[in-house]
Each structure stands twice: as structure tokens, then as C-alpha cells.
Design a protein. Sequence first.
Length: 407
Amino acid sequence: MITGIGAVTPVGNDRESSWDAIVAGRSGIARVTAFDPTGMATQFAGEVRGFQPSEHFDAKRAKRISRFTAFAVVAAREAVTDAKLRVDRDNRDRVGVVVNAAVAGFDTIEAATRRVVADSEPSSYFVPYSLANMASCEVAIDLGVHGPVNANVLACASGLYALLDARRLILTGEADVVVCGGTDSAIAPVFMNGLASMGALSQRNDDPAGASRPFDAGRDGFVLGEGSVVMVLESAAHARRRGATPYATVSGGALTCDAFHVSAPSPTGEHTTAAIRTAVRRAGTAPEDIDYVCAHGTSTKANDSTETKALRTALGAAVDRIPVSSPKSTTGHLLAGAGALSAMVCALAIRDGIVPPTTNLDTPDPECDLDYVPHVARRLPVRTAMANAFGFGGQNCVAVFTAPDRL
């Protein structure tokens, strides 16, 4: 069960402000401020604004901590506080952490490289603070937990997979509670130029807020974002024993691989379809039970049409009545943070009975013919929700969430 949620995103530095903005369709995408992007093909991103490490850490730690790790620690603190989870001598060996990152300390590595090129010494902490496992380890250090702590790299499927990995640790008895989610921060010149050279990023420099437009015929690429969403996951029995109030249950999930291309999805959508079908089956539910799908919906030509095809094939006739939306239309693509954000959206949609919109969907692509909830959120009961997260290399991750009283 999900009993706590914390968030640091381009639309808010906590859970509720992020959720309010996503529901309202308020964009967090604007011209980059982390560096001067003049002359770059893409000059905008979904940056986390107003986040000051000095407000969350002592001076020494604030100076050396990587941005992706800082996001995760702050989100984890909020999640643990929200869950009213107390970590002490009696339970610290039974609490684990799985916080995944896709590109981890890329910005830290780029900054250190520039220092070396300029004949200056990099920080003595730049190596450990660049590692993909450091967000998990720093969260563990911050909370003082000694259970299983790991990190998995599945590109943009990483954050959603963290919940499935955490669920497995609980079901196998290795932990009672797992703090889990995704985090990334890679708004840096080399990384953005690399994505632009692939043709992956939107180039709507004159309209950043309108650039991320999943399923729209005029989409021209995704928008890079940054941020973290972290959750507290625990068994239903453990949550009941301590009187926790759950948001939702992670009822099942699946992971498949296209094994097709390093960046492009398989055009058949065959293995994406398999992930959706398997997740629904493992959750003990059926397509007719699904009330909402939080799509991967990146705003790229290939992803959006392939995801649409997979949803239609996997869910059959039921898909025509299921609302589908993509929060990336307001936040941009948070990489590993994206799948965890989708999990949060599913949990809060169940809590509040509201489905957030897909903004900027002005002219639907004929190949994308589902109900994408354009522009305005929709109030409706959500008892079962599904989240998709797909990553470079053909990684397909799907998770199903149900209202806690459905157990």
C-alpha cells in the first residue's frame, strides 16, 4: 500500500502544490535558467524552481550534494512525514529504499569535466555524488534505515519500476516498508544538446509552455524536465497495525523489453502490449475495471502512436471508455522521476476522484484516437488506475493501482 507521497517537480516543490498544478494544467516549462541556452536548438525545459539546498541541508552537505540526490532526499522526507512513519531501533532493519535514477549525476559530471578542461580540480565528492545508487543511499543515510537499499537503471521506466521492486521486497519478506521512487536532474548543455541532436526534443523556443503536446498532431518532440517523486510502500497488514491511511494499493505490474532499438520503440507495440496485459492480469483485474490510464505520453511521434496502438490492442473495446492523459504536458519529462510522478498521479486520482488533463492537445493525431482528456481535468470516480513508463532500449514498465478498500 502507498501510505506516503513526497514530490519535488517543475510545478511544485511538494506533493499538493504539484498535484494542484497538474490538475489545473499549469505549465512548469520555460526558458532554461540553470545556464545560458542562447544558440541551442532547444532553449527551454521543465526546471524545478525555487529549490535551495541550503534550506534543507547543513552548509557542507548543501554544497556537495548532487541536485538529483537532493530532490530525492527532500521528497523522501515529505513522504515519510506524510505516512507518519517513525524509523527507530526497533524497525530500521526492516525499512528499505529503492530510489532509481536514469542519468543520475550527469550535471555533476559535466561540471567536473569543465573544471578539469579549465585546469582546475573537481570536487573530491564528484565521483560518489555522480553514481546512480547515491539517491537511494543518501535517502537511507538521511532516514537512518538499514534494510535492503538498491537502485535500478531502466532509463525512463526506472521510477515506476522502483515501486514494483519495492513491492517484491515486501512480498518476499525482505522488508516491511520500502521508501521508493525516481529522481533525475540533467538540465545541462551537453545532455540537452545530445538529445537535440537525436531529434528527440521539441524546438518550440517561442512557446515553451505549449511545447509538450502529447498525442497532438503538431508535436515535435519531448521537453526535458527534472524532479523527484518518492513514496512509502508497505504491506496492508503493516499499514493496518500502525494505523496508516493508504492512498492506493500497488496491485500488480509487469516489465518487458522490445529488444528492438536503443532509442526507438518497436513500431508493432507487441511487447508494450504484453506488459499492459500482464500487469492487468497480475493485478487480478480486467480491462473493464480500469477507470484511468496515466500514459507515458512523451510528445514524440513514435512513442505516442505506439502507446496508443498498445493500449487499444491490450485493453480491447474497453479502451474507448477509459480516460487517458499525460502529466508530461505540464511538467515535461522527468526521466526516472516521470514514472514515479505517474504513480503519484494515479494514487491522487484515486484519492480525489479527478483525472488530470493533457494540455496543449489542440489537434489530435488521427493515429492517437483515445480519450486523452484535453485541456480540462475531469471529475469521476477512480477505483483502478494504470501507469505506463517506457525507456530507451525498449524498456516497458506498467503498474496497476487500486483503491485501498478494494482489497
